[in-house]
Write a protein that binds this ligand. Sequence first.
Ligand code: URA
Length: 286
Amino acid sequence: MSRPVDTLLDYLRAEEARGTESVFLDEQAKELLRELHRRAHGPKAPARKPAVVASVSLHEEPEREKSLTPVATITVSGDSSAERIESLKLQAANWAPAKALGTLRETMVFSTGNPEAELMLVGEAPGYQEEKQETPFVGPAGQKLDGILKAMGLEREAVYISNIVKFRPAMPKQTTNNRKPTPEEMASCLAFVREEVRIVKPKCIVALGASAAEGLLGLTGAVGKMRNEWHAFEGIPARVTYHPAYLLHGNAGLKDKRMIWEDMLEVMAKLGLPISEKQQGFFLPK
Ligand code: URA
């Protein structure tokens, strides 16, 4: 079960990662943090049940109540991993911290694939096609991802595919155009990703692109600087690579494919997957 304070901590970590130095915390949010402190440092302090609903705002002025982000609780239920993921999905559809932002669209797109997979891939947010089909990575970027998985010898059904944000980020007069999620949007859904990782228990996670790296791992800057090492999320080894949409740009070439492929070779080695000589040489100049 994700505690209210986990959502608050996710929010604060995301703000810290983007360089925010001060935030306004309302009384309930402060009480959650005091409770955490009491538990960590004061074994004799009476344990008080934290409020189920608290709120936190980035803004200095407490009177700007409109921008308060409610913190809610996730309860995981079910015996199998599939049932447990389904229980998350039902709660995500009406997730108050995401809805309260007012910047995300209505349709919830949760995850796809095997809830017991050894490999979990995390993208940024659903786009037009994903919203239409209510499934992550089914548009052009998804086709690229399928190709990458195929080169690894994996079917998309064998892995678990999710996004940091469970709703398509909204834009004025939006048709098929998509935008990247904001740090607030990512922080609002991160508690679900954490629970997904706890349920699926993958051997390895791949963050697809800069937004996923920021939302999941708190890393900012160029993917090129993050991709050559192992990171961790919830104690699980995590690798950052370019978003598959990177390969859709007109000037993407063999070099770009090779960079993503080298990241995937690392992932395959971590998973203990067989790597043939042919696979080792994919996307090298002839
Ligand atoms: N891009 C993403 O990051 N996620 C999707 O589901 C689709 C495109």
